[in-house]
Design a protein. Structure first.
Length: 51
């Protein structure tokens, strides 16, 4: 069971790192090209990784 928990934590941390890496790209798309990126109808502009 401990290995499963560690695996889930590693997966979560990897996804969080990807989200953090996307923040500057999303901001640049918005500023330079007026592209509003959204997921399930919710805008990602001015959001953090935890929102």
């Amino acid at each position: 069971m401990s290995q499963t928990s560690d695996s889930c934590l590693d997966t979560w941390m990897g996804r969080e790192a990807l989200a953090e890496a996307m923040i500057p790209v999303i901001g640049r798309l918005y500023r330079d090209n007026n592209v509003v990126t959204s997921i399930h109808g919710r805008s990602l502009i001015n959001k953090s990784t935890m929102n």
